[in-house]
Each structure stands twice: as structure tokens, then as C-alpha cells.
Design a protein around this ligand. Structure first.
Ligand SMILES: C[S@@+](CC[C@H](N)C(=O)[O-])C[C@H]1O[C@@H](n2cnc3c(N)ncnc32)[C@H](O)[C@@H]1O
Length: 353
């Protein structure tokens, strides 16, 4: 077993023109449709290494931490803040004491987040314990992220002008709930067993009710789970996608949150990525060119930690299990074993008549 070396690294490359807006796209980053992969990012001009290409705000995010009351990686629940609520600083928890994972870094964030949190509060109080004990942390996190997607939508419906304030990204992406609707993933994407399990969860815990007044059908909620599972990002303390893998190698660290980003989700995967990605201190997903990118080239991230799955078989197996596609990136294709051709296949067949 290889040994993981934990050291903290500063971003290895300099950001050019790092943006300050909550949402930002480099003017040369364009989107198009690939016949096999669907939506994709390309660049319309040469991009130098180190250029920041995208900053996307999460539509919804959840913390993923053990022992939240004492964990220093807990993030502020107010989506526009999302900063870590470090231990030692004052934390403001829910007045209804829903769950310890919900906390704000100050009373301003807590007050501004009142309407959004009200949507999830009763559900969390009622279902978090039974789901966690019967189904485990993964399924609890998945359902909570769905609740937070629905909560943002609710806020958007109630106050359309305040919801995002960011320009849509034409032509194959939209922002806000419209952007969520465009995410790939459907019941056809996933295995029958997984869909059946999610269907049970959706019926049991996510139905439209007074506890959860979202107005969507159970089928639409099931579709949303399929989309969320195909598109959510884990948030880690260090970058994902640094390649070639440095020696001694540095993994990306322990996951502390999960989030859905409507625009960042357009990026396809490559095992030889030209983008590195990492959430900034406000949970915004930042894409940065890890090398010079040629005009017209596709821009890809890595969906997994490249230090963890290194050979062709384990990389493809991991992507198949987690995302249900066979990776056709240039690295995988170039590492495919050359099929032995029998000499008989190359001899033209004679007409024996
Ligand atoms: C997060 S989405 C990326 C955006 C997606 N192309 C779309 O149309 O919205 C992930 C999906 O894109 C496709 N995809 C991404 N990277 C791929 C790759 N290297 N090879 C084949 N398909 C890929 C797969 O269908 C995968 O389930």
C-alpha cells in the first residue's frame, strides 16, 4: 500500500486576474455540445497556465464533518457566506436546535438565512436522526443536499431578484434553478438497484408535504437525486487534478463539504486534466488552467483524486462505479492495450465457389 504524505501546499501556480465577484467566467471559456460527452467547456483562444477560468457559486452545499459541534471544518450555513466557522470563534446554532451541523458564523448570517433555513429546519429535526441511524451518513448527506437544493429554489421563487444576481451562461447553461434543470443524469443513467433505493428514499422522506412544501412530483424528485449524484462536487482542503502527480505525492485531504454548482458541472472529466479545481474560502468552485491550453481545446477537470487511482483499470472502474461512464479521455485511450490481431483476419477471404 502506498503511503499518503499529508503536507499543506500553496497553489502551485499563480492566479492571473483572480476575480472578486461571486460568479465569474473567463470571456474565452465557451461551452458547446460533444456528441458523446454532452455539454463541455472549450477555450476560444490560447490560455496561459495559471489563468483563472471559472468561479462558480454553489446552488446548494452541505457540510460533511464528523462530530460537528467540535469540528473545525464546519461551514457557515448561510449560502452567501459559506466560510468555515472555526473553533474558538463564536458559533451560532439553530434556535430550534435542529442539528449540530447547522451553524452560522454570526447573527447577521443567521438572520439573513432565516427563510432558507426555515425550509429545512423541521425536516432536519424530524428525520436526521432516523435517517442517519438507519441509512448512514452518505444517504443522509444526499437527502440533505436535495433539501438544500429545494430550499434555494424556494428562496428564488419567493425573491427572484435576490437569488443569484449572476448572468446566465449561454447557450447550453443557465443559472439558478434553470441551471439545475439542465444538469445531466436521469433514471436511465443509474443502475436499477440504485434507482429503486432512491425511489424508496424519495417516497419516504422527500414527498411534498407541509413539512417539505416544494410542489414537485416524486418522479421529479427522483430525477433530481439522479442529477445530484451525477453532478455534485466534494470539497477538499487541497486542489484536485494536479498532474503529473508530484513526488512525494500530496492527496487532496479529507472532504469537508459537498455542493452542486450549475455551471462548474458542465466540465467533463479527464485523467489528464488541463484544469485544477478547488473551492475557495467561500465555497465557490474555482477552475484554474494547470498548463497552457490551446485555442479550441476542451477544458477538463479530474472527478477524482489522481493520486488514488493511477492505472487504467482502477481509474475506469472507479468512474464506472461512481459516475456510470467509461472514460474516453486521451490518457485512457492511449493506455488501452493494443488488441492482438490474428494474421487470419488480415487475409482477404477467397470466394470458394
Ligand atoms: C458532470 S457531467 C459533465 C457535463 C455533461 N457532459 C453534461 O452534458 O451536462 C458528467 C457526465 O458527462 C459525461 N462525461 C464526462 N467526462 C467524460 C469522459 N471522460 N468520457 C465520457 N463521458 C464523460 C458522462 O456522461 C458523465 O456522466
Amino acid at each position: 500500500m502506498s503511503e499518503v504524505v499529508y503536507i499543506t501546499v500553496e497553489p502551485s501556480i499563480q492566479l492571473h486576474g483572480a476575480p472578486t465577484q461571486p460568479y465569474w467566467i473567463h470571456p474565452q471559456l465557451i461551452d458547446s455540445i460533444d456528441p458523446v460527452k454532452g455539454r463541455q467547456f472549450r477555450v476560444s483562444d490560447h490560455i496561459p497556465k495559471g489563468t483563472c477560468l471559472l468561479v462558480d457559486r454553489p446552488y446548494a452545499a452541505i457540510p460533511v464533518v464528523d462530530e460537528p459541534a467540535t469540528n473545525e471544518n464546519l461551514t457557515c450555513s448561510y449560502p452567501a457566506c459559506n466560510r468555515r466557522v472555526a473553533l474558538g470563534t463564536e458559533r451560532f446554532s439553530c434556535p430550534n436546535a435542529c442539528i449540530d451541523d447547522v451553524a452560522w458564523c454570526g447573527t447577521t448570517c443567521r438572520d439573513l438565512d432565516q427563510i432558507r433555513h426555515a425550509f429545512e429546519c423541521t425536516w432536519l429535526k424530524r428525520y436526521s436522526k432516523p435517517i442517519r441511524s438507519k441509512r448512514g451518513e452518505y444517504e443522509f448527506g444526499m437527502l440533505w443536499l436535495i433539501i438544500r437544493l429545494l430550499a434555494t429554489r424556494q428562496v428564488e421563487v419567493q425573491n427572484p431578484s435576490a437569488s443569484n444576481g449572476s448572468k446566465p451562461f449561454p447557450p447550453v447553461s443557465k443559472h439558478g434553478w434553470d441551471g439545475i434543470n439542465m444538469l445531466c443524469g436521469s433514471v436511465e443513467t443509474w443502475s436499477h438497484d440504485r434507482v429503486r433505493n432512491w425511489s424508496t428514499l424519495a417516497k419516504k422522506y422527500l414527498q411534498n408535504s407541509t413539512i417539505l412544501p416544494h410542489g414537485l412530483s416524486t418522479d421529479r424528485i427522483l430525477h433530481l437525486i439522479c442529477q445530484e449524484e451525477a453532478n455534485s462536487f466534494g470539497l477538499y482542503p487541497r486542489e484536485t487534478g494536479v498532474f503529473p502527480i508530484p513526488t512525494p505525492f500530496v492527496d487532496r485531504g479529507e472532504q469537508f463539504a459537498a455542493a452542486v454548482y450549475p455551471t462548474a458541472a458542465i466540465a467533463n472529466h479527464s485523467c489528464l486534466p488541463n484544469l485544477i479545481h478547488k473551492a475557495d474560502d467561500q465555497g465557490r468552485m474555482v477552475f484554474t488552467a494547470s498548463r497552457d491550453i490551446n485555442k479550441g481545446e476542451e477544458c477538463c477537470i479530474s472527478y477524482f483524486d489522481l493520486t488514488q487511482y493511477t492505472d487504467l483499470t482502477t481509474r475506469r472502474q472507479h468512474l464506472k462505479n461512481s459516475f456510470r461512464f467509461t472514460c474516453k479521455c486521451e490518457r485512457c485511450v492511449s493506455e488501452e492495450p493494443v488488441e492482438e490481431t490474428s494474421p487470419w483476419n488480415t487475409i482477404p477471404m477467397m470466394d470458394m465457389e
